[in-house]
Design a protein around this ligand. Structure first.
Ligand code: FES
Ligand SMILES: [Fe+2]
Length: 430
């Protein structure tokens, strides 16, 4: 559990909050490149509690600006995207991608007013079909985040995003909590003695070689954050083997968990504000994914845009309709949770905790080892960042992000798990 003060410190991400200040030192996924058409409509974006507007100029460059015009604060999301700048509808001020004001048509012609003002514009770059944003001090950007999905052809990547009604840390704590998977997801993740690693199955999602609900958790700090092993008894050969799943926490908002063979899974929890999170899920396949395969994957995950998700990427199930829980399906044994899909199950329990979970009222057990490590790591980092101006966790060093992998393996019962998912996991320098 955390004290109420620590909980606030962990969760709040606005411009004045310590975690908000620290989070602004990293690149975070803001939106998808496909959201912005060259010369097309500007889009409202809310990030770290700030209302912004994103647009793509005719030449392809992306601007990420304060939503409100520097003149008299009309919304630039209403503006016209023309000739490399956003033009405010109200008095025609023109603002380019860098925040420079190129025209103030209602001021005297000789006015130099526009040269003395700049709109707030944040740094962006694009890779892997994502617009990455940096909202910290200008000029102090870290190197681009080179995560594994950014280097593969986009035909091999399925990107899903869901707008969650809960704080970012609640979402992230769900991915680094291996123990819930055999319980919450028991409908979609089925134990099977026929497999030795997780195997995708159309219709149910996956088979897993263990039904052990009591994994032993072991954590190792790494330069990027930490990795942890969830060690289970397998269904077959339990006297001589152990089933090890190694997941990664990549500071500040990323996680990887072991995918089925031939895939890489990576998730991010971008704070929209203190009480809302944009969940990104990248599934990278070793082969190209055609439209039919994409549709099947989205259907079995219950994450179909326009069907399971609305135009703002919100699931149709939410607190007001009890997350569309179907008690009849539960009674008939058709569904363990009464909700479809692994991610909707995760999101339902995360939202059910309230917009900001009160961590002073929890009772954490040994199964929560990785969750505890995550909180401690981020709290230590933010305290040292504020008090000593220390470099936030994961920054200021060269990390082979592109090589990071979460992995699962069946190991001899006495073997060390340290070689599993070990890329980029050298001991943390003292
Ligand atoms: S408010 Fe934008 S130009 Fe006046
Ligand atoms: Fe889950």
């Amino acid at each position: 559990m955390l004290t109420p003060e620590e909980n606030e410190l962990l969760c709040r991400v606005g411009p004045a909050a310590p975690m908000g200040k620290m989070m602004r030192r990293y690149w975070i996924p803001a939106l998808l490149s496909s959201d912005l058409e060259a010369g097309g409509d500007p889009k409202r974006v809310r990030l770290l509690g700030e209302d912004l507007v994103a647009f793509r100029a005719h030449d392809g460059r992306v601007g990420l600006l304060d939503e409100l015009c520097p003149h008299r604060r009309a919304s630039l999301a209403l503006g016209r995207n023309e000739n490399g700048a956003l033009e405010c509808l109200y008095h025609g001020w023109r603002i380019d991608c860098s925040g420079r004001i190129s025209d103030t048509p209602v001021e005297p012609e000789e006015s130099t007013f526009k040269d003395r003002i700049r709109a707030t514009a944040y740094s962006v770059y694009e890779s892997g079909g994502v617009v990455w944003a940096y909202m910290g001090e200008p000029g102090a950007e870290p190197p681009p985040l080179d995560l594994p999905f950014t280097h593969v052809p986009q035909e091999n990547v399925l990107t899903v995003r869901v707008n969650i009604n809960a704080n970012w840390a609640q979402g992230l704590e769900g991915v680094i909590d291996s123990s819930h998977t055999n319980l919450l997801h028991r409908h979609g993740v089925r134990p099977s003695a026929d497999v030795t690693t997780t195997t995708l199955e159309t219709g149910i999602v996956a088979k897993r070689p263990s039904n052990d609900t009591r994994p032993r958790m072991e954590v190792q700090d790494t330069p990027y954050g930490f990795r942890y092993a969830a060690i289970r008894k397998p269904l077959a050969n339990a006297e001589s083997q152990k089933y090890v799943r190694v997941s990664l926490f990549i500071a500040p908002i990323f996680a990887m968990f072991p995918p089925p063979k031939g895939w890489i899974f990576l998730q991010a929890f971008t704070p929209i504000d203190d009480e809302h999170t944009m969940f990104f899920f990248w599934q990278v396949c070793e082969t190209a994914l055609d439209e039919k395969r994409r549709a099947e994957l989205l259907e079995s995950a219950c994450l179909r845009p326009g069907i399971d998700l609305d135009d703002e990427f919100r699931l149709k199930g939410n607190r007001s309709n009890n997350w569309l829980q179907d008690r009849g399906a539960m009674r008939r044994g058709e569904s363990h949770t009464g909700m479809g899909g692994v991610s909707p199950e995760d999101i339902a329990v995360q939202e059910s905790m309230g917009p900001i979970l009160d961590r002073s009222k929890e009772h954490l057990g040994v199964s929560d080892t990785a969750v505890i490590r995550f909180r401690r790591m981020m709290l230590d980092s933010v305290k040292r960042f504020v008090e000593e101006d220390a470099t936030p966790v994961g920054l200021g060093q060269s990390i082979p992000y592109a090589d990071l992998r979460a992995e699962e393996r069946m190991l001899p019962i006495d073997a060390s798990w340290y070689a599993v998912g070990a890329a980029g996991a050298e001991p943390v320098p003292a």
